[in-house]
Design a protein around this ligand. Structure first.
Ligand code: ZN
Length: 411
């Protein structure tokens, strides 16, 4: 299949209207790669049609980012300049709708020293954190994807450039339910209704913990925070009550578990791409809620470094349920992008949890959320544990078990 104008238009409308749900009078902050300037123009026009007051664009470039890391000093890159902080402060005041179009080459930073990358990321994220916390839950945002040649070639190395891009387009549009002649908006309504029904069921169960088992060695129990909610598909911007869908695609129902309260081993079923590098065939063992050991056939040092990024990096911030029938899984290849790969099957994330899963969570400071069991960290890294035979039981406070997942899908 080759992408055509009408499909592109449909996709842009879906991102702006269903995903970000831009409302009249809102400012939009669009982050997109320079190569995708045509799609950026489509999105910009669609935002204005939806009534946006102003659309601002942050242009990105893989080459530019790589060259900065190659030539500039670590301290220079790590410094967040006053104008950058002023921009972050402006965001806290404007609460713009943020649209991120992902097209990054998974290998963009491959030649860069991972220590330099993570140390710069760590410093910058620490400065940005209070601003991020201040807008968390209080603005609409969506991440969607657009193929780039290098990303497509990473997924389909055997193909010519154009054929690889076509294949990646085909897969992206399939996962976001955009088809020729199809009604993507109606398909998303049905999809989000199903996910909300599952989330409502989980919330009604009030499980105190989840128990994971698989023949691959996964044997793991994690405590849940009694009042924390399961969420799926969409979120509500607490500053204006607007419903939006932060990830397109999205197949997960997720919550933040009780930080520091889990034990056992989780075995990954897919490679993890972190800082442009792959961690493969790995498992992580937890004791008293903390990752105490990990094993990786490839990327052992990287995995250890990730878990040691800060105090909260060794604890879980998310558990997510995704049935193996997910269209992302059906694509059958690794996208080298969390946006897609985390929607292939069940996963957990090390690092920062979501305070919005707590009742009134948007208004809590991260410290208050931490007191109520939510993990905090500068990282949030998802890793896939959804084996085809995965079973998950929900454990009630009286110890009784309720099947939640059997053979990798809803029981
Ligand atoms: Zn997730």
């Amino acid at each position: 299949m080759s992408i055509n104008g009408s499909l592109l238009q449909k996709y842009a409308e879906l991102i702006v209207r269903t995903g970000a749900n831009v409302r009249p009078g809102q400012t939009v902050q669009l982050t997109v790669a320079v190569e995708q300037h045509e799609f950026a123009a489509l999105l910009t026009e669609e935002c204005y049609r939806a009534g946006a007051k102003k659309v601002n664009v942050d242009w990105t470039s893989d080459d530019q980012s790589r060259l900065n890391f190659q030539y500039a000093d670590e301290q220079v890159l790590a410094a967040v300049l006053p104008w950058e902080e002023a921009k972050l402060q402006q965001m806290v005041e404007d609460l713009p709708v943020r649209i991120f179009i992902e097209s990054e080459d998974p290998d963009a930073m491959k030649s860069i020293n991972p220590r330099k990358l993570s140390s710069v990321m760590q410093s910058r994220a620490t400065v940005a954190k209070p601003y991020r916390n201040a807008i968390e839950g209080r603005h609409q945002w969506v991440i969607a994807a657009h193929p780039s040649v290098r990303w497509a070639k990473k997924c389909f190395p055997e193909d010519e450039d154009a054929a690889a891009v076509d294949k990646l387009w085909d897969a992206i549009l399939r996962t976001v339910r955009v088809h020729e002649g199809g009604d993507a908006v109606a398909a998303w309504k049905k999809h989000t209704d199903f996910m909300e029904e599952k989330a409502a069921w989980l919330n009604a169960q009030r499980f105190s913990s989840l128990r994971y088992r698989s023949a691959n060695g996964t044997d793991f129990t994690v405590d849940l925070i009694p009042e924390a909610k399961w969420e799926g598909a969409g979120s509500v911007n607490s500053s204006n009550g607007v419903f939006y869908i932060p990830n397109m695609p999205t197949e997960e129902i997720f919550t933040s578990p009780a930080a520091g309260k889990c034990g056992g081993t989780l075995v990954a079923v897919k490679p993890l791409s972190w800082n442009s590098q792959l961690i493969e065939d790995f498992s992580i063992t937890f004791e008293n809620g903390r990752a105490v050991s990990c094993r990786a056939a490839k990327g052992q040092a990287l995995l250890e470094q990730m878990i040691a990024m800060d105090e909260g990096a060794c604890m879980l911030g998310e558990v997510a349920l995704v049935p193996k029938e997910s269209p992302v899984n059906a694509c059958g290849f690794l996208f080298y992008s969390t946006l897609f790969d985390e929607n292939a099957c069940c996963h957990c994330a090390l690092g920062m949890g979501f305070k919005e899963v707590l009742p009134g969570g948007e208004d809590l400071t991260m410290e208050q959320a931490q007191e109520r069991g939510i993990n905090d960290s500068i990282i949030h890294v998802d890793f896939m544990i959804g084996a085809d035979d995965l079973s998950i039981d929900g454990i009630r406070p009286d110890g009784s078990a309720v099947p939640v997942f059997r053979n990798g899908t809803w029981a």
